[in-house]
Design a binder for this molecule. Structure first.
Ligand code: NAP
Length: 285
């Protein structure tokens, strides 16, 4: 059994990975930001050495997309420099890296799902910092996988699903954008994918990118309507346009990911977004 290190363990994905492991999976070690800050190279190196880590799943990130516009330095420190530190330690100590990236690095003008070969075009600070993080991996010689995902939600942490449920208790009307199209991803489904990659870690050679989200596509408005239906919310959800919503960061208009590569590689059937959403809501309420 190899030792696996999950960073950012208090986040949505980190907690779902923990939740998915059977009791007794003591070879998985979880650290939160308090335990190990991934931007501290000495701590990262010490942890890998001490625990003989063979695979790192990097769930640590600065994920507040709007705040990143103001906290640019911090977003780059975590999402770019932090990844570089992990890469340097992986290289020195011969560990493999599973890193999570985002659909936000794209800003497609077509309505065709985006495959792994498409050239990114990040349009906000968060996206630029995540793109830089990817580049550190792709320009290295370590064995690594980058999983690009989108619109992640979970019963843990902060996310769109929990925000809609929370606001619906306070407001009669909620305005939600209907002209940004993507795919929600239940972190529980993504966690299972990370665990599958760990089980076949010997096949992680060189650097490889895979897209993973749930199946299908929708707008944030469609997503909210589906939440309302399944969580039995009483509020009225009103569709609005991006230009009418006051957000600091620019977001992609279309960022649906093409998942054929990962389906073929792992031989998996990806759950449809509405089915996964239903499962998550059942756990929340
Ligand atoms: N959320 C989405 O919609 C989405 C979509 C596509 C891709 N992704 C990517 O998927 C991954 C997992 O996302 P998530 O939704 O699980 O994120 P999350 O819930 O925000 O969790 C990220 C965790 O990283 C921790 N962290 C921040 N800075 C750190 C540092 N310097 N060292 C160690 N830990 C640090 C955070 O701690 P604090 O909370 O204490 O700062 C938080 O617990 C990230 O790489 C994210 O960019 C997310």
């Amino acid at each position: 059994m190899i030792n696996v290190w999950v960073t950012g363990s208090k986040g949505q994905l980190g907690q779902e990975i923990k939740n998915n492991l059977k009791k007794g999976n003591s070879n998985f070690l979880f650290t939160s930001k308090k335990d190990i800050d991934i931007t501290n190279k000495e701590d990262v190196e010490r942890f890998i050495k001490l625990n003989k880590i063979k695979v790192i799943i990097n769930c640590a990130a600065y994920t507040n997309v709007d705040d990143a516009e103001k906290n640019t330095e911090l977003a780059f420190r975590v999402n770019s420099d932090g990844v570089l530190k992990l890469v340097q330690c992986c290289k020195k100590l011969n560990s493999k890296l599973i890193h999570i990236s985002t659909d936000f690095i794209f800003n497609s003008i077509s309505n065709k799902p985006i495959n792994e070969n498409k050239i990114p075009n990040p349009i906000c600070i968060y996206a630029k910092s995540k793109y830089n993080g990817e580049q550190h991996i792709l320009n290295s010689s370590i064995d690594a996988i980058i999983i690009r995902s989108s619109w992640i939600y979970s019963e843990f942490g902060k996310n769109f699903l929990k925000t809609i449920i929370k606001i619906s208790n306070k407001k009669k009307y909620i305005s939600v954008i209907d002209d940004q199209i993507g795919t929600p991803t239940y972190a529980d489904d993504l966690a299972k994918i990370c665990i599958i990659f760990v089980k076949r870690y010997k096949k992680i050679k060189g650097q490889n990118i895979f897209n993973y989200s749930n199946l299908g596509e929708c707008s944030w408005y469609d997503f909210a309507i589906e939440i309302k239906k399944n969580a039995n919310l009483k509020c009225f959800i009103k569709p609005i346009k991006t230009q009418d919503f006051n957000s600091l960061a620019k977001r992609p208009r279309y960022s649906v990911l093409d998942k054929r590569k990962i389906e073929k590689e792992l031989g998996i059937k990806i759950p449809f977004w509405k089915d996964s959403l239903k499962n998550c809501i059942k756990k929340i309420i």
